[in-house]
Ligand binder design. Structure first.
Ligand code: ZN
Length: 285
């Protein structure tokens, strides 16, 4: 029996955490569920919250995993990933820095694969192409993690270690998950995808020129049938509450929304926000 495009479902968990499954194979990007408070992130030490991790996964009925793809090693992408792999199985894919987060949490070397720009990995029935990129402007914790990182630790210990986007392909369709709102000119040219998960964190604070270039080099270049914005929510609030934008002090969400609405109308490319735990079929038009 041929696989149907309706078989692939995508669940969003805020930030750039997205689960993609065809009912048999499963891939998760980042898997950040702990979401410690701003006060703790700014002044305290942070660690994976196993209660929040397991309750989010069970609420979304995610019971196993083939691969967990980590976009970069800031805490809001990498901190929970090793615990998720311990809980669900599958392999952790990430930079050297992300693998140090895995080691610090006691993950076996066999459960981890180092990735680099241009790699292609078979993950269950999905093929994942790794695309190196740039962090969004205003990277607060640049650099690399040089040794196994043991939590609890300061948020600033989670240095970015290099940024990736992921082209996740399935026999029934393809999607690009692009977590960080920056671009390498022409990097994505010719990559036609059915769905684009588009990072918009801090995009509202960038110049109109940057925003236009971002749309051109990421959205126009990949010609998606659907754009789902990601990394727009206030990730200092737990996932048992409704997703809400970052406070105006940290992001200019209203400007981003106005920009996306205008670009969507001009291009005819639908832009649709997804709620936490909401399931969509990204390959069905
Ligand atoms: Zn980051």
């Amino acid at each position: 029996m041929a696989a149907s495009e309706a078989s692939v479902e995508a669940t969003f968990f805020g930030t750039s955490s997205v689960h993609v499954s065809d009912g048999t194979s499963g891939v998760l990007v980042d898997g950040f569920f702990s979401r410690p408070s701003l006060r703790r992130v700014a002044f305290g030490r942070i660690a994976p919250d196993l209660g929040r991790i397991t309750s989010a996964l069970s609420r979304a009925r995610v019971r196993r995993l083939d691969g967990l793809l980590v976009a970069h090693s800031h805490y809001d992408h990498a901190m929970d990933a090793p615990e998720v792999v311990k809980h669900l199985g599958g392999k952790l894919f990430g930079s050297d820095s992300t693998l140090h987060v895995g080691r610090g949490s006691g993950l076996d070397e066999q459960a981890m694969t180092r990735i680099a720009d241009g790699d292609e990995h078979t993950v269950g029935s999905f093929t994942v192409r790794v695309l190196g990129g740039l962090h969004s402007p205003g990277n607060r914790f640049p650099g690399v993690i040089e040794e196994p990182l043991v939590a609890p630790t300061r948020a600033s210990s989670y240095r970015d270690g290099g940024c990736f986007s992921f082209l996740v392909s399935h026999p029934t369709g393809s999607m690009l998950i692009h977590p960080s709102a920056n671009f390498v000119p022409n990097k994505f040219d010719g990559l036609d995808v059915d769905c684009l998960y588009l990072g918009i964190g801090a995009l509202g604070a960038q110049s109109p020129r940057f925003q236009d270039d971002y749309w051109r080099h990421v959205v126009e270049a990949t010609r998606p049938g659907l754009v789902v914005p990601i990394h727009w929510d206030n990730f200092f609030v737990a996932l048992d509450q409704k997703l809400r934008p970052l406070p105006a002090l940290l992001d200019k969400f209203a400007r981003t929304k106005e920009f996306l609405g205008r670009k969507s109308a001009e291009s005819g490319i639908p832009v649709r926000f997804q709620d936490a735990f909401e399931v969509i079929r990204p390959f069905v038009r």
